[in-house]
Write a protein that binds this ligand. Structure first.
Ligand code: KQY
Length: 365
């Protein structure tokens, strides 16, 4: 069983490993809500199936599925993907699932953050979100990992760690009054260090332009290894993304990490700009309280939103003009991993991408 702990990971000698460290598995949640996924989520389910299949070449994959969709998911997913029934409100396990922490002696536990659907009643993306908020505890029960219930609202996609003491995040998200308005920047930093086992925070300003998560860092930048950060980048000075990425590069290049290293910043081209087409918007059910999908709205597309599996990089194919260049940069950055592209526009239409829909379970080093 999973016990609820009353201490903190740092106090117990646990830390969140970098995503580039070995995994023992990966979790996803099956998409189905028709007010977020067009045409009853059928195209999104096909995309999730491709992502799960690609990751399963590298590590065991578990898909959490509702009772209603269980039989269908079991039928269409490959046999190597484990399917378990867990109730959720949508399909973003990066954000509402647990963040796993390890102690380097074979111990593995999970942090269960408070979840308010990316902003609660102040711009959150749907209501209610209580099933999402309870899902991390259920994942930890299945994994047999003890649980820390963190005292702050946080989504897993709003932080990245290097596993050696450094955490990166954006001010746009973590300091947004719709997450933890009662806490100062210093209190948020302190809490993150207690629950991630980190010591140094590097603040970036804003996330990808028009990202409905309020600027999750996992769409903007990520660690390839300690000291090396991949950053979404555009050379188009007329694009609002230009100044966002330029500012992030300036901050990273001026900073040092917890071990005193400077960062090498690897620039990944931005796809697009990509907008919602009229027929895509038409397939989404309009429901009050859920973010509307309007034709012409820009989507927060980024190749940084990939999953770093133990032996594979599963990255989103988003724009034929840039997919090959992104793949080449990923191959150079991760020379020991197979780089696999998956058509991901359907996931993007739902508001995120491959990193947002996955959650790694760390393995042994
Ligand atoms: O991490 C993410 N990008 C999740 C976005 C949620 C979108 C809900 N429409």
């Amino acid at each position: 069983m999973s016990r609820l702990l009353t201490t903190t990971p740092a106090a117990d000698g646990f830390r969140m490993p970098g995503e580039f460290e070995p995994h023992s598995g990966c979790w996803l949640v099956w998409p189905e809500r028709p007010d977020n996924w067009r045409w009853g989520a059928k195209p999104a389910q096909a995309a999730y199936t491709e992502v799960a299949t690609a990751i399963a070449r590298s590590e065991p994959v578990t898909m959490a599925v509702s009772d209603v969709q269980f039989e269908h998911a079991r039928t269409v997913l490959p046999p190597e993907v484990r399917v378990v029934e867990i109730s959720t409100d949508d399909a973003w396990i990066r954000d509402m699932g647990p963040t796993f922490v390890v102690d380097g002696k074979g111990g593995r536990r999970g942090v269960d953050w408070r979840f308010n659907a990316w902003g609660g009643l102040l711009g959150g993306l749907y209501f209610p979100w209580d099933r999402d908020d309870r899902a991390a505890a259920k994942v930890l029960e299945v994994e047999g990992a003890d649980r820390y219930r963190a005292p702050i609202v946080l989504e897993g996609g709003s932080i990245h760690v290097d596993g050696e003491g450094t955490v990166i995040a954006t001010e746009e998200c973590l300091l947004n009054p719709n997450r933890n308005p009662e806490l100062s920047r210093e209190e948020i930093e302190r809490t993150l260090h207690e629950y991630l086992g980190t010591e140094k925070m590097v603040w970036l300003s804003r996330g990808v332009f028009d990202d409905e998560t309020d600027g999750h860092v996992d769409n903007l930048a990520c660690f390839a290894e300690p000291g090396k950060v991949l950053l979404t980048w555009t050379e188009d000075e007329g694009d609002p993304q230009y100044e966002i990425s330029a500012d992030a590069a300036r901050r990273l290049e001026a900073a040092t990490d917890a071990r005193g290293r400077s960062f090498e910043v690897v620039r990944l081209p931005s796809p697009g700009p990509i907008e919602i087409a009229a027929d895509e918007a038409a397939g989404v059910d309009a429901v009050e309280g859920t973010l509307p999908r309007r034709p012409g709205d820009r989507l927060a597309a980024s190749y940084v939103n990939f999953f770093l599996a133990t032996n594979t990089i599963v990255f989103p194919l988003l724009d034929e003009r840039h997919d090959d260049e992104a793949a080449e940069i990923l191959r150079t950055t991760f020379p020991t991993r197979e780089v696999v592209g998956v058509a991901a526009r359907e996931i993007l239409l739902g508001g995120g991408n491959i990193h947002c829909i996955t959650q790694q379970v760390p393995g042994e080093r």
